[in-house]
Ligand binder design. Structure first.
Ligand SMILES: Nc1ncnc2c1ncn2[C@@H]1O[C@H](COP(=O)(O)OP(=O)(O)O)[C@@H](O)[C@H]1O
Ligand SMILES: [Mg+2]
Length: 207
């Protein structure tokens, strides 16, 4: 039985997910909450090993089918070994990316059937759905300009057109589930976005 709160951050590369996830964690700790911050792909050992396969620039021949299954395999281990147990302890779990990224990257951008992804999603996550998902929305060219080309991983090296589809995919997901998603304007300053996040969280947690 889930007792904690599950918060996820989503959006294209460079939109500010990791920055905001970290700042929210610090805010909640100062407010006396028990917080568990994690990120995908990855988490526990097996999920991290799959992460290396997924992001390696040496794996350019990876098929979309393999990619979607590896993301979900990694997520399944992460959810079962870390996320659900932490939620059961009553913690606030923050994940920097979760399954919405698969719908945006492998679904909207790589054109894998959304219904198929949803079936695998339900199995891989044990039916866990985030309580709040913050989508940091930003034009793809701005997001990519914040990432150093020399450090770009296999997905980050995809074209601008690919990242445009990812961005639009995220916006469609937010439209479909407005009660779960909060869309944040990634053009704002780091501090302004953080304040928007805090407004929502304080209402949710009544702090
Ligand atoms: N709102 C913002 N405005 C300008 N720069 C930002 C903003 N948010 C994050 N950044 C910077 O952009 C880069 C990518 O941010 P990061 O949080 O790592 O993005 P993501 O995790 O979404 O890829 C970092 O150098 C970060 O300091
Ligand atoms: Mg990040």
């Amino acid at each position: 039985m889930k007792k904690g709160l599950f918060i996820t951050f989503e959006g294209i590369e460079g939109c500010g997910k990791s920055t905001q996830a970290r700042m929210l964690k610090e805010f909640l700790i100062k407010a006396g909450k028990h917080v568990f911050l994690t990120r995908e792909p990855g988490g526990p050992k097996i999920a991290e090993e799959i992460r290396k396969m997924l992001l390696s620039v040496n794996n350019k021949e990876m098929l979309p089918q393999t990619e979607v299954l590896l993301y979900m395999a990694s997520r399944s281990q992460h959810t079962g070994e870390w996320i659900i147990p932490e939620l059961e302890k009553g913690k606030i779990v923050i994940s920097d990316r979760y399954y919405d990224s698969t719908f945006a990257y492998q679904g909207a951008a790589r054109k894998i059937d959304g219904k198929l992804i949803d079936t695998i999603r339900r199995y891989a996550t044990f039916g866990l759905v985030p309580d709040i998902t913050f989508l940091v929305d930003l034009p793809e060219e701005i997001g990519l300009s914040r990432i150093l080309a020399k450090d770009a991983d296999r997905l980050e090296q995809e074209s601008i057109a690919f990242h445009k589809k990812v961005r639009n995919g995220f916006l469609e997901l937010a439209n479909k589930e407005p009660e779960r998603f909060v869309v944040l304007d990634g053009n704002k300053s780091i501090k302004e976005i953080h304040d928007d996040v805090i407004d929502i969280i304080c209402k949710e947690l009544i702090i």
